[in-house]
Design a protein around this ligand. Structure first.
Ligand code: PLP
Length: 418
């Protein structure tokens, strides 16, 4: 235990370091997980793969016309092995997987699911939310009237015992999960934990895993975990329709102009296709054709993702080095070291995450608001900070991480002295 005078001198040092950083008048932003312009440039050729006189797919579909609710088969065949699903059970859609999530949940609320045609919206409806998690999952579900129930996560995935207890309530209709390189911790669910989720008893007959594989392909290192075949795990467990899989090329090609994917058990895919058929007379097949020509095959996607890793891995390393050098010796905080995805989670001492975010803002470093990683924006321990290092330049990331360290040190010593 440090003496009071020792702590006071550390607080003075931290305060001086913070003031020095703030005096530089920087404007840095590590809030949102967006690709950097250099990453978007990697897919520049996407925009010229289709021209007016060359709009047919290999199987002869005229992409300019209506139809084909399930999306181009050739593109689905490229992504199916990557996502570990059969091409026949994979739909390719519009530009955002969040839209697929909204549609699937809305269809379930209004019409019930492939397993049970009682609309979820007729009674109370709740979703399990492993925390920390993705803020847009929570705001979407809240806006659709779901009650959000937090469950803890560890480095293998969600706490299945906690999920199972809550799922004894038939109003609990499902659970969010980002299985690979979770937003925001970067952890990847283990095979064992995924099996447990597939087998888990639940009172709702159509309890659903909202398996958002947004970072399925976003490895930072050559050595990386593989995607799990969750559809087979669920089928083996006697719940063939339990997983609804979502993914997209938002952080593969162009965020905002990519292609989204939905997969599920055979009955779920029929259910989704039938419902989508009432919403639209088919997706944007021209954009799908662009993607098909740009990638050619699954190996083309993997090669493309390695180029992303070359750009963003050094940014992750810069943050991790700054955290290690600035906070590693004092036990003031802990953080994740993701092998992929877009985020690092920093855990401060309890009660100071919001203070760190405020100090950072005042020193010119914009951080995701404390609490954003939890349902209703409420982190009960006020200790989780999400770091998104991809969008700024490497120099900016290095500076932002130094600034963050200065803020954590100051807020921590303030707390220790309080
Ligand atoms: N799912 C997760 C976990 C994300 O982190 C993001 C974006 O940050 C999305 C979905 C958004 O995906 P899309 O652009 O396909 O809607």
């Amino acid at each position: 235990m440090s003496s009071l005078s020792d702590l006071q001198s550390r607080l003075d040092e931290a305060s001086a370091a913070y003031e020095e950083f703030a005096s530089r008048g920087l404007k840095l932003d590590i809030t949102r997980g967006k690709p950097a312009p250099a990453q978007l440039d990697l897919a520049a050729d996407l925009l010229t793969t289709v021209s007016g006189d060359d709009v047919f797919t290999p199987s002869g579909v005229d992409t300019r016309n209506y139809g084909g609710a399930e999306g181009l088969i050739e593109l689905r065949e490229i992504f199916a092995p990557l996502l570990k699903v059969p091409a026949a059970q994979l739909l390719a859609g519009g530009n955002a997987s969040l839209t697929f999530m909204t549609q699937a949940l809305t269809f379930a609320l209004l019409h019930g699911t492939a397993v049970d045609d009682r609309p979820w919206g007729l009674g109370p409806h709740k979703l399990l939310c492993p925390v920390p998690g993705y803020d847009r999952h929570f705001t979407l579900a809240e806006s659709l009237g779901f009650e959000l129930l937090s469950i803890p996560m560890d480095d293998e995935g969600p706490d299945v015992a906690a999920a199972q207890r809550l799922a004894e309530d038939p109003a609990v209709k499902g659970m969010w999960i980002v299985p690979m390189y979770s937003n925001p911790t970067g952890i990847t669910i283990t095979d064992r934990r995924a099996r447990e989720l597939a087998q888990m008893p639940a009172a709702a007959p159509d309890f659903t895993l909202l398996w958002d594989n947004a970072y399925a392909l976003h490895h930072l290192r050559e050595d990386h975990p593989d995607n799990l075949d969750i559809l087979s795990l669920c089928a083996e467990a006697g719940h063939p329709e339990r997983a609804w899989i979502f993914a997209s090329t938002s952080k593969v090609t162009h965020a905002g102009a990519g292609v989204s994917f939905f997969a599920g058990g055979p009955a779920t895919v029929d259910w989704m296709t039938a419902n989508l058929g009432k919403v639209s007379i088919g997706p944007d097949k021209i954009n799908q054709l662009r993607h098909l020509r740009f990638f050619t095959d699954s190996a083309g996607v993997e090669a493309h993702m390695r180029k992303h890793a070359e750009i963003i891995a050094p940014k992750f390393d810069a943050v991790l080095t700054a955290l290690d050098e600035g906070l590693g010796s004092d036990d003031l905080a802990s953080w994740t070291s993701p092998e992929g995805g877009y985020f690092i989670t920093l855990t401060t001492m309890d009660g100071i995450a919001d203070r760190v975010v405020k100090l950072a803002a005042e020193a010119g470093v914009k951080l995701t608001p404390a609490g954003a990683t939890h349902p209703y924006g409420l982190d009960p321990n006020n200790s989780i900070i999400r770091i998104a290092p991809t969008m700024p330049t490497l120099d900016e990331v290095e500076l932002a991480a130094q600034g963050l360290v200065a803020c954590v040190r100051l807020a921590s010593f303030e707390k220790l002295m309080a």
